[in-house]
Design a protein around this ligand. Structure first.
Ligand code: HEC
Length: 165
């Protein structure tokens, strides 16, 4: 019995070390400040703070990679999440999106945040402070709506209130 335990521990230890050798892509592509959402759209300070606190680790090229993101197998999950998240929505590359795509993403941002789908639960489980309160969710939706109005596909209403710039 004792021998079995020893063997098992040794096998586990070797496997753990071996999987650390699998290469993981964890790089942050360069950021062109002119292309970020902060340059390409009007982002009030409170929304800026929410994005920085709760979204940017996955949805930007400015990911902070904590120590556990460097240890397999967690590193594989984190790297994959960031890859998918950037592919879906990258605040660092917002300026490169078409108007149609921006509009769709703004709609999705409000939907996700309002329904509690984002920030991702795995993330808030570790980063407790990334959770959004009710007021913050409403603020995000008010913001996405304010950006969508001028760009909505329908022709402008003659009596539409002047947008604030
Ligand atoms: C831990 C990483 C992580 C964090 C933090 C995170 N997301 Fe995501 N997000 C993802 C991943 C992965 C996907 C793609 C897969 C999915 O939809 O679950 C995604 C998808 C989305 C989508 C869907 C895009 C589309 O067009 O379908 C939106 C919108 C979104 N996130 C917004 C946000 C916002 C806003 C925040 C911050 C309040 C945030 N996310 C925080 C990982 C994250």
């Amino acid at each position: 019995m004792q021998n079995w335990g020893k063997h098992l521990r040794r096998i586990l230890a070797i496997s753990f070390l071996a999987i650390q050798l699998v290469p993981v892509h964890r790089e942050n592509p360069p950021v062109d400040p002119a292309k970020t959402i902060f340059a390409a759209a009007t982002v009030p300070a409170n929304i800026h703070a929410i994005v920085q606190r709760s979204c940017k680790d996955c949805h930007s090229n400015e990911t902070r990679w904590p120590w556990y993101s460097k240890v397999a197998p967690v590193s594989w999950l984190v790297a994959n999440d960031v890859k998918e998240a950037r592919h879906e929505l990258n605040f660092s590359e917002w300026g490169t999106y078409s108007e149609k795509r921006k509009d769709h993403k703004l709609e999705e941002i409000c939907d996700q945040v309002r329904d509690g789908g984002m920030p991702d639960a795995k993330y808030t489980w570790i980063h407790r402070d990334a959770k959004l309160g009710q007021e913050e969710r409403s603020a995000v939706c008010a913001w996405t709506e304010s950006l969508r109005k001028p760009g909505t596909p329908e022709p402008a209403q003659p009596s539409a209130p002047a947008s604030t710039h």
